[in-house]
Design a protein around this ligand. Structure first.
Ligand SMILES: *[C@@H]1O[C@H](CO)[C@@H](O)[C@H](O)[C@H]1NC(C)=O
Ligand SMILES: *[C@@H]1O[C@H](CO)[C@@H](O)[C@H](O)[C@H]1NC(C)=O
Ligand SMILES: *[C@@H]1O[C@H](CO)[C@@H](O)[C@H](O)[C@H]1NC(C)=O
Ligand SMILES: *[C@@H]1O[C@H](CO)[C@@H](O)[C@H](O)[C@H]1NC(C)=O
Ligand SMILES: *[C@@H]1O[C@H](CO)[C@@H](O)[C@H](O)[C@H]1NC(C)=O
Ligand SMILES: [Zn+2]
Length: 945
């Protein structure tokens, strides 16, 4: 699955308008939501089943029966179009599906009860045959457990024999889900040009989402990842529709009658149930040219026709070729389909041979989508393709090791994108998107380890809970570190053997360690892989390494934001040290080891830099003298410090200040060098870290000097791009393009006059010509927002008109945000009122609009009043995210009081946990301001005097 698993339809659609930098926020929200679910339905920890005691299993299926092959027939009865089909009475749309399945299995230990999974299905019949003897075994009773196990228990008249081969036939029916899990229907609107009034004609399609435990909602099956089997599927679907599934379509579709077609697929390779998928739609294909594997990218006919699938089709072939060469193993099927769905619970899902994406994750509109969106698409496709090996071919034994899927897919996507689109600088994107978000989530005492015991991951909500930032981002970070410890070529060799030896099987992290160990032993045998890595995967958190360059001491301590939390955890920490003389040395700091190291010693007053290129998963603090030397180096010749570390030094200093390990002045001092910095990583790091300062101080006297400082710092960067910006063009390369946007945003929002003038001019031109938009897609979002911010009623209404008349998803998303940028209270207030009218703002956008308005300092109080006044209406959407954003500036006793009254007086429903967290956060903010306001004000005043 992709990192941003989404939890509701409205949420899924809202994703379309988010930019790269808000992805981390989404992930946090998803986690909050999931924690919420698991804490609201506390479940006792189940114990392990035993197959030998004869007692019924508790949560996991017994291992006495091993499924080998399924024949599955599925028949969704819904209509893809209901308007034109019948002229007198429209048929009613139906959610019904029916089907049947025969599973062939082997008995390894005699039993008279068959356990498999089935949830929310009506199951009929049930007939068991001993294939070896061609003999029927009577079924006494079939019981579907209506508890957390979802067991379908089939009691037999006589016991199945050890070593025997059997088949089980079941027929069933169910309903399409309305929460995008299992088999669900999705709706989209077909544009019919020339019919202004009814341009929205509803079309329906059926899609599936099985990971982790939803296959059991579609057909009865042994729904655990290590019960791999072949799936031979037949889909019955309406004429004019096309069915896709994991396997290869055998010979087109057969006509059943004048309403129905039947499409049969060849058996899949061995795979887990969670990778099962099929779709029924009127979508059309874009083939990728060349190659052994036939690749097709499916989308709405309009999107295909407009060429929005072209980029995906092109890059998928290149990435697949890259992985085949890299892993030395061919992709296991002759076909690969991918499909862009209007609704999906995750941005991407790697189903074997049929990868599903949310439209936003696959469709790229040349000239309309920003180039940054293109990069997101490339990274996502690379992630899902990497899963065809990591996850699909070699699968974890159980969900507790899901990081073997997600960590590897995230890690491998970096190299694939780097190979096929070097301009995207995916290694830098990795630092900003993964390393920093893992650091953030993993500095809480409530974090979870990468790999837990199987016992801790048993119930469905515990299983859903393992898909979090830690699994994806820490997973990738730990692999980056491991590859660096043993050396990349050694790591790559081990991975190729691991994939080859374990294909079509299931593994756990110990097996991975064995392969790395073997390759390391063949090289220099310097590392005890399991001993080192278990400290990173089996424990929560990460260390802060404190270096004293005067004494040469270096020691580790668990890094936590909460300075009162106590922890005695320690790690094997690979430390790569760089001295001012460019000398590099590597050390392994062991648990309990606080020995003095020559490498940490500064003899001639030179600086020392630890964690070169940020391959290690830890933060670093130095004695004040070394910080001072590093600061001086940054201000005199920053290029002496590797790029990644320039960003990391800023991020470390701000986070150490947050944990009260260093003074806030040190962190602020580290923003000085940014004036001469042109690279993205340090800038992005600074901007993200200063966001909190902006939120805390943009309503106080600190803000004036702070804006003046930032204006000053950003001006050279702004100027360095002005040739591009003024001509509405963009530089090449991801980093420069992102930094160009940063430069405009920081410059304009802190009042740099030439920036404001530029935005206003471009927007004024657009208002005059109106028809052709000459603003580069990358720059539109920031230009619209800044022009509306520094304009009045006329600018706002022009944006509103564009919003109402645009059919384009990217453009509508930008405008929705830009409309919230005005400083005029009455415009903001009216905009909020529009959200109450679904004809003006669709329900799925309501929560985005309120969040955008509340991010604007002029709209914050309005938004807070608005959600209280219209709680019943707005709480239909994603309230958790809404509350988090609307209260994120709260930092006074008065606001704390209001929030506490809100908690008491309102029916908060599922938002209660977020409100509780907002109260906690407000207290933290009040405390932080009281400790830091004077210091920060003084620092900015001194800096701008
Ligand atoms: C629709 O109406 C036409 C003409 O009245 C008729 O020939 C046709 O059979 C009708 N179609 C359906 C599906 O009822
Ligand atoms: C649709 O549903 C309505 C009410 O449930 C029923 O009266 C009508 O006959 C149904 N139409 C068809 C075509 O099934
Ligand atoms: C499964 O259902 C289909 C469609 O109803 C039917 O044609 C087929 O015979 C069924 N399979 C078995 C084994 O009964
Ligand atoms: C750090 O990264 C840079 C740029 O990728 C590379 O040239 C350099 O060799 C790396 N340094 C070390 C010590 O790995
Ligand atoms: C570093 O070590 C020196 C020499 O032992 C000591 O005087 C100094 O206090 C230490 N500095 C820090 C910040 O611990
Ligand atoms: Zn994934």
């Amino acid at each position: 699955m992709s990192k941003n698993s989404l939890v509701s339809k409205a949420f899924a659609a809202a994703f379309a308008v988010l930019t790269i930098s808000s992805i981390a926020g989404i992930v946090t929200m998803v986690i909050l939501y999931k924690t919420q679910i698991s804490t609201m339905n506390p479940t006792p920890r189940p114990t392990f089943p035993s197959t030998t005691t004869g007692l019924p299993p508790v949560m996991r299926l017994p291992k006495n029966l091993v499924p080998e092959r399924y024949k599955v027939l599925l028949w969704p009865h819904f209509y893809t179009r209901i308007i034109e089909e019948v002229n007198v009475t429209s048929p009613n749309q139906t959610a019904l599906f029916t089907g049947n399945t025969t599973v062939f299995f082997h008995c390894v230990q005699s039993t008279s009860t068959i356990y498999l999974h089935s949830q929310d299905l009506e199951v009929f019949g049930g007939s068991v045959v001993n294939i070896d003897k061609n003999e029927r075994i009577p079924v006494i009773q079939t019981v579907n457990h209506k508890d957390q196990t979802d067991f379908l228990e089939i009691q037999l008249d006589n016991a199945l024999e050890t070593g025997g081969n059997y088949s089980l036939y079941l027929a069933f029916s169910g309903e399409l889900s309305d929460n995008l899990l299992g088999m669900y229907s999705s709706t989209y609107e077909e544009d019919t040009p020339g019919h202004e009034d009814d341009r929205d004609i509803d079309r329906f399609l059926v899609a599936t989402a099985m990971e982790p435990t939803y296959a059991r909602r579609v057909f009865p099956c042994f729904d655990e990842p290590d019960f791999k089997a072949e799936f031979e599927v037949t889909i019955i679907h309406r004429k004019h529709t096309r069915a896709l599934a994991n396997g290869i379509n055998t010979d087109g579709s057969n006509i059943i009658d004048n309403e129905w077609l039947s499409t049969a697929f060849q058996p899949t390779p061995l795979m887990s149930t969670y990778l099962f998928a099929f779709t029924v739609s009127e979508f059309t294909a874009t083939p990728s040219s060349g190659g052994r594997v036939e690749i097709n990218t499916y989308a709405r006919p309009e999107a295909t026709q407009a060429g929005h699938t072209k980029y995906a089709a092109e890059i998928t072939r290149k990435i697949l070729d890259f992985f085949e060469a890299r892993f030395g193993i061919a992709y296991p099927q002759k076909k690969l389909d991918q499909i862009a769905l209007p609704d999906s619970q995750s941005l991407g899902m790697e189903n074997l041979g049929l990868i599903t994406y949310l439209e936003w994750g696959l469709l790229y509109e040349e000239g309309v989508s920003s180039l940054l969106h293109k990069e997101e698409i490339a990274l996502l496709i690379a992630h899902e393709l990497a899963h065809q090996w990591f996850g699909n071919l070699v699968t974890m034994k159980w969900w507790n090791d899901i990081w073997l899927n997600e960590g590897f897919a995230t890690y491998m996507s970096i190299f694939a994108v780097d190979a096929v689109e070097p301009d995207f600088q995916s290694r830098e994107v990795y630092i900003l998107d993964n390393l920093h978000s893992a650091f953030e989530a993993d500095a809480l005492a409530s974090s979870c380890p990468l790999s837990t015991s199987q016992e801790d991951v048993q119930t469905n909500s515990q299983i859903t809970g393992v898909f979090n930032t830690i699994t994806y981002s820490k997973g990738a970070a730990v692999l980056v570190m491991l590859a660096d410890i043993v050396d990349k070529p050694v790591f790559d060799k081990a991975i190729r053997r691991y994939l080859s030896d374990w294909k079509y099987k299931n593994t756990d992290q110990n097996i991975l360690w064995e392969y790395i160990q073997k390759a390391d032993d063949e090289n220099d045998g310097s590392t005890n892989v399991a001993e080192v890595m278990d400290t990173w995967t089996k424990q929560i958190g990460y260390p802060l390494i404190t270096i004293n360059t005067t004494s040469g001491e270096g020691f580790q301590k668990h890094f936590l934001f909460n300075d009162s939390a106590v922890s005695s955890l320690s790690w094997y920490v690979p430390i790569k040290v760089m001295k001012e003389t460019n000398q590099i040395s590597s050390i392994m700091l062991k648990p309990g080891d606080s020995g003095n190291k020559d490498a940490f010693l500064s003899t001639k007053g030179e600086w020392i830099l630890v964690n070169v290129n940020c391959t290690g998963y830890y933060r670093v603090n130095y004695n004040p003298e070394n910080w001072e030397r590093l600061l001086t180096q940054l201000q005199t010749d920053p290029s002496r410090i590797p790029l990644m570390n320039r960003g990391q030094l800023v991020d470390d200093a701000f986070n150490l200040a947050r944990a009260k390990v260093v003074d806030v002045n040190l962190a602020l001092n580290l923003t000085r060098f940014i004036r001469d910095e042109t690279e993205l990583v340090p800038w992005e790091s600074t901007i993200r870290n200063l966001e909190y300062f902006v939120r805390m101080f943009d309503r106080s006297e600190v803000y004036g000097p702070m804006q003046m400082y930032l204006r000053n710092q950003v001006e050279p960067l702004y100027d360095s791009f002005s040739n591009y910006t003024d001509n509405s063009t963009v530089p090449t390369g991801h980093s420069s393009q992102t930094n160009q946007i940063n430069a405009i945003e920081v410059a304009c929002s802190n009042g740099l006059p030439k920036c404001i003038k530029m935005a206003q001019n471009k927007y004024a031109n657009l208002m005059i010509i109106n028809s052709t938009n000459n603003i580069h897609p990358n720059l539109r979002s920031v230009i619209y927002c800044q022009a509306v911010a520094h304009g009045g009623k006329e600018e706002w209404e022009f944006a509103w008109d564009m919003f109402l008349t645009s059919y384009d998803v990217s453009e509508r998303g930008r405008l929705l945000k830009a409309l919230s940028c005005t400083k005029k209270i009455w415009l903001l207030s009216r905009y909020l009122d529009y959200t109450l009218d679904p004809d003006l703002i669709r329900l799925m956008d309501v929560s985005s609009v309120i969040r955008y308005v509340s991010k604007n300092v002029a709209g914050q109080a309005l938004a807070w009043n608005f959600i209280r006044a219209h709680w019943e209406y707005v709480s239909q959407g994603n309230v958790a995210g809404l509350i988090e954003v609307v209260t994120s500036r709260f930092s006074t006793q008065f606001e704390l009081g209001e929030l506490e009254r809100f908690e008491m007086d309102y029916d908060l429903g599922p938002a209660f946990r977020t409100v509780y967290q907002a109260i906690e956060q407000t207290r933290v903010n009040i405390q932080w301001i009281s400790e830091n306001k004077d210091v920060v004000l003084h620092w900015f005043e001194a800096e701008t005097a």
